[in-house]
Design a protein around this ligand. Sequence first.
Ligand SMILES: [Zn+2]
Length: 363
Amino acid sequence: MALIAEARVGAAKGLANVVMLTIGTGIGGAAMLDGRIVNGKQAAGQLGHVVVQADGPICVCGQAGCVELYSSGTALGRLTAEAGLPSGLRCEEILEKALSGDVPHCALLASWAKPLRAAINTLSATFDPDVLLLGGGLGGAAGALDFAPAIGRWYQTPVRTAALGDDAGMIGAGLAALELAGLRHVGKKVVLVNGVPASGKSRVASQIANRLGWQMLSLDMVKNPFLAELDDVDRLFNRRLGKASYRAIWDIVAAAPPGAGFVIDAWFGFQPLEQLDGYLASSGVDGLAELWCSAPPEVIGERYRARLTERLPGHPGESYVPELIELARSAAPTGRAPSLTINTTAPLNEAATLVWLGEKLKL
Ligand SMILES: [Zn+2]
């Protein structure tokens, strides 16, 4: 699942042939060929059990000399102790000291990285991947491989650190669910990212759109080019442009091919909800979910105030803040779809949000 996430939206985005080693207390892994995870009969991907020393110690799997025995987090701890270095050193600290030329740290990294390099070479020879990812708690140790450089033409596979961290598995599960839903349904899917102005919805919408690979649409995206080109836009005209932009957004959804997915960032309460019902009915949407962006009303007021200087002409000014705070107190989701409340004063939990969307949109 972690590899699916990395190949769709992470460090191997867009690549079809990827091998990943997950380095923690042990070493796990997965391989993707032509965009598909290699499952074998059942148990493919036990990459921690690539042998790097045929006469080495016996592994839990029964054979001798698996890479997990030499280059896992557990092994790094053991090597650190054997070298007489302080226990509990983080890999980054060891790497930093080694890069500054400290001999015991260089030796430590070389002993840890050489078996890892041997395993990577074997994987390169077996799969010839576009890239090999290192994930897990020690995924950041890719730099240690400089102490055991690749040799020979076959073995020049780029090695990168995985991008999604501990959440990769969850994100992968969410994406897999969405892809299954996409295979079964030809209707369009829309995520409404709703909230009053300055509720923090644009950031949420763009994060989710990026993760899903869906088109994001927002009122400002349609409206701002007009605001930039037209002179003397007052609040009334701004509202008319807003209405027209809202309509343009749903025209775009209606014109999209079956199976398309959109993330729409708007304050949906600015128009009657019956109008939304009409747009939904005429645009071929059969999967709908709502992310309701919320923050304490005073925080929303403050955010709005702080952005006043960046707003284009036609947006209401300082005098709108008390009105906005009142609006924030009474505003609510559309009630047209399952709704998940996002507290925008905290970082977005992308993994949990994607899993929730996967469930709700699987239909
Ligand atoms: Zn083993």
